[in-house]
Design a protein around this ligand. Structure first.
Ligand SMILES: NC(=O)c1ccc[n+]([C@@H]2O[C@H](COP(=O)([O-])OP(=O)(O)OC[C@H]3O[C@@H](n4cnc5c(N)ncnc54)[C@H](O)[C@@H]3O)[C@@H](O)[C@H]2O)c1
Ligand SMILES: [Zn+2]
Ligand SMILES: [Zn+2]
Length: 380
């Protein structure tokens, strides 16, 4: 089959690799219909992770079940499914309490709980930017979708970024009527803004400097804030009579930068601490790493991010972090899509054949104007 393979910094190629096969009776093989490029893939693409050369990338996958192992009985061949990016066993202590993103069984990497497809440090699993994908514990992990092809571009957001954006608002403790500050208007930030609107926020600020992304935030009814036009905290305080936001979402991660492009991993955390009111919540879904050899400072290379903890404490704020447990939300979000109450496909800008993946990675990584979310179609 054809698959997108990591070759080295800023180099991915589409290669012929062996088809996946059933390795355990709990496995399924999914024929991929749509697989997305994620901002998380860009950390690997830019050489800012320890991902090994030859890894098949891709953790935002959906498709049709092609084969199942003998122990799979809920999921059937021919089912249309969304594949959560987390690989969960379903029976460990963390899975049983709803934290499938920290499964204790599926990631053999020392010191890491939680596994994913095609990702650095998340276990030996191939990704789904390919024609086929092996899914372990298929009955636990796969989400059934209505048959056919309807809502394909909406449902493809269920494997990661729609639940992740929703999770950001959940970690922030969003209540109806809240004013929310979302930092980052990438796919995850836009999904957090979409989620906040659905959950009844009274006003949603979305901070970025990329105008195409800010325009999309405006189109869904959020208030765009351009951080290259002035301090985003001042802009939000000005717009709220000095009150700031009730809660905030971090959807940028450790490669946060200033308008000139220079990285400051603490910048967005500091801004959130400033702009969120005392006792408010901050949901951090942007990724931070325990080691970042490519960072600018010695501290940051060790994953130590010196944000304004003193003010955070003084304001009695709280913070939630980490990978999203997709299964906690994906059923409800699927049903919101079917009911017409959610339409996460609004951010899709490009639908490319798998063979154009290298091009897609390059443009999305450059944040080229108009490249807001790239979908790959292995069958095209
Ligand atoms: N926790 C999870 O489960 C999970 C899941 C998916 C993605 N992620 C992470 O979420 C983050 C965002 O993902 P994405 O796909 O939207 O990526 P992206 O890189 O496309 O978007 C990030 C955006 O942040 C903006 N940005 C940079 N510095 C900023 C600053 N100082 N203030 C405001 N905005 C700034 C960039 O211009 C960009 O538009 C990444 O770190 C990704 O790895 C986490
Ligand atoms: Zn992703
Ligand atoms: Zn588990």
């Amino acid at each position: 089959m054809k698959a997108v393979v990591y070759q080295g910094p800023r180099e991915v190629t589409v290669k012929d690799v062996p088809d996946p096969s059933i390795q355990s009776p709990n496995d399924a093989i999914v024929r991929i219909t749509t697989t997305n490029i994620c901002g998380s893939d860009l950390h690997m693409y830019e050489g800012r992770t320890s991902v090994e050369q030859g890894k098949i990338l891709g953790h935002e996958n959906m498709g049709i079940v092609e084969a199942v192992g003998d122990a799979v009985d809920r999921i059937k061949v021919g089912d249309r499914v969304s594949v959560p990016f987390n690989i969960a066993c379903g029976t460990c202590r963390n899975c049983l309490t709803g934290w499938t993103s920290f499964c204790l069984r599926t990631n053999p990497t020392e010191g890491m709980d939680g596994a994913a497809y095609g990702y650095a440090n998340m276990g030996p699993y191939d990704g789904g930017q390919a024609e086929f994908l092996r899914v372990p514990y298929a009955d636990v992990n796969l989400l059934e979708l209505p048959p056919g092809t309807e809502h394909e571009n909406d449902f493809t957001m269920l494997s990661d970024i729609f639940p992740t954006g929703w999770h950001g608002t959940e970690l922030a403790g969003l209540q109806p009527g809240d004013r929310v500050a979302v930092f980052g208007a990438g796919p995850v930030g836009l999904m957090a803004a979409h989620s906040a609107m659905i959950r009844g926020a009274s006003q949603v600020f979305v901070v970025d400097k990329e105008t195409d992304r800010l325009d999309l935030a405006g189109k869904i009814g959020a208030t765009p804030v351009d951080f290259s036009a002035g301090d985003p905290v001042e802009q939000i305080l000005d717009a709220t009579g000095g009150r700031g936001a009730d809660c905030g979402v971090e959807a940028v991660g450790y490669q946060a930068h200033d308008p000139s492009g220079q990285e400051h991993p603490e910048l967005v955390l500091d801004n959130l601490v400033k702009v969120v009111r005392s006792t408010g919540g901050i949901g951090v879904v942007g990724v931070y790493l325990p080691q970042d050899p490519g960072a600018a400072t010695e501290q940051a290379k060790q994953g130590r991010v010196a944000f304004d903890y003193g003010t955070f404490f003084s304001k009695g704020q709280h913070m939630g972090t980490g990978q999203c447990p997709v299964m906690r939300y994906n059923r409800h979000l699927r049903d919101l899509i079917i009911a017409g109450r959610a339409q996460p496909s609004f951010l899709v800008s490009h639908e490319l054949p798998l063979t154009d993946a290298a091009d897609g990675y390059q443009h999305f990584d450059n944040r080229d104007a108009g490249w807001t979310k790239v979908l790959l179609r292995p069958a095209a």
